[in-house]
Design a protein around this ligand. Structure first.
Ligand SMILES: Nc1ncnc2c1ncn2[C@@H]1O[C@H](COP(=O)(O)OP(=O)(O)OP(=O)(O)O)[C@@H](O)[C@H]1O
Ligand SMILES: O=P(O)(O)OC[C@@]1(O)O[C@H](CO)[C@@H](O)[C@@H]1O
Length: 305
């Protein structure tokens, strides 16, 4: 069984402004509300790839109901804890550039936290748990560590898509995959990262610290895969950027889904690139036919043994 954990889901309010001017009244000319949150996005792409996963986390208020309704519509299994406070709304503005404003998220009571832990305790040996995104401010910064202790004790494996100190601490627990983007990698190592050599150096350090597979995503510049079988770079695929929100989550979904199905990390990396790219080229997350359309254009090259 695959579980995705989204502790801090969101409604992603994606909107377009012709030329955004700070401090002025700006009119929106295109808008859409989408269910968001990293784990949720991973589950949606996995569903496109034909894989069932269950969403765990916290949902509250009318915003939480919106997300629940969408998951029902998409026929994605979920076992969220219903909370008293409302799920956040994240703003995703498309103008000359993409700007994001993410809410801080609701307060979670200790009783709600306890309920969530009961759900996590249902995990069984062989399950895969994908932990993605921010932790609501009222939960401890170590909350992922608490979850991973249970995952480990149950004999399940995990993926973590988060940044900073939280990620460092979890590397020793051997995550199946970590997928920092360039900024997250720079933050993690507290240094500027410009060249491919620097990316490889940091990626290899993550591997040495315990990660089983590493993908460093570079937005429109493609990505780099660092694993036991070598280091590979995916050539960026040209196309019209529509909305890159969720492109990284799509990569995580494509990689883990294919790795579970084939045990072949390079095949998994190819599908990851197709999923990330096709999502960047669409308003919402990509669907299966969009992913399949991009797949033949994926080209990966070994850059180091
Ligand atoms: N402008 C683009 N053109 C082509 N491909 C893109 C573009 N932006 C993203 N991608 C694809 O999506 C992948 C992931 O993108 P990115 O590095 O932006 O992830 P991210 O920062 O984790 O995104 P998010 O947090 O929004 O999910 C890239 O490695 C690339 O394959
Ligand atoms: O604030 P977090 O939890 O780090 O990120 C949340 C978020 O930006 O991530 C997803 C894209 O990756 C969006 O759907 C969502 O709004």
């Amino acid at each position: 069984m695959i579980y995705t954990v989204t502790l801090n889901p969101s409604i992603d309010y994606v909107f377009k402004v012709e030329r955004f001017e700070e401090g002025c009244l700006n009119h929106i000319f295109d808008e859409e509300a989408l269910p968001g949150g990293k784990g949720l996005n991973v589950s949606r792409i996995m569903k496109e790839l034909g894989t069932t996963s269950t969403n765990l986390g916290f949902l509250g208020g009318f915003t939480g109901s919106f997300i629940e309704d969408k998951l029902e519509e998409y026929q994605i299994a979920h076992d969220f804890v219903r909370i008293a406070h409302s799920t956040r709304i994240n703003l995703k503005m498309k103008s000359a550039t993409e700007t994001e404003l993410n809410g801080m998220g609701p307060t979670i009571t200790s009783q709600e936290r306890q309920q969530f832990m009961e759900n996590i305790n249902k995990i069984e040996a062989g399950d895969v748990v994908i932990l993605s995104g921010s932790i609501p401010h009222s939960l401890s910064e170590n909350f992922y560590e608490d979850i991973v202790s249970i995952v480990e004790a149950k004999g399940a494996s995990f993926v973590v898509d988060t940044s900073g100190e939280k990620l460092w601490k979890l590397l020793a627990k051997k995550p199946l995959l970590v997928k920092p983007n360039r900024d997250e990698l720079a933050l993690l190592f507290n240094r500027k990262i410009n060249s491919l050599t620097e990316i490889i150096e940091c990626g290899q350090a993550l591997l040495t610290k315990g990660a089983q597979h590493v993908i460093v995503s570079l937005g429109g510049e493609g990505s780099v895969y660092i694993g036991q079988t070598g280091i590979y770079k995916a050539r960026p695929i040209k196309g019209q950027l529509v909305n890159s929100v969720g492109a990284g989550d799509s990569m995580v979904a494509g990689f883990i889904d294919t790795l579970i199905k084939t045990q072949n990390p390079l095949d998994a990396y190819r599908v990851a690139v197709a999923c990330g790219t096709s999502t960047a080229f669409t308003q919402d997350l990509a669907n299966l036919s969009q992913i399949n359309e991009v797949l033949p254009s994926v080209s990966i090259k070994q850059v180091k043994e």
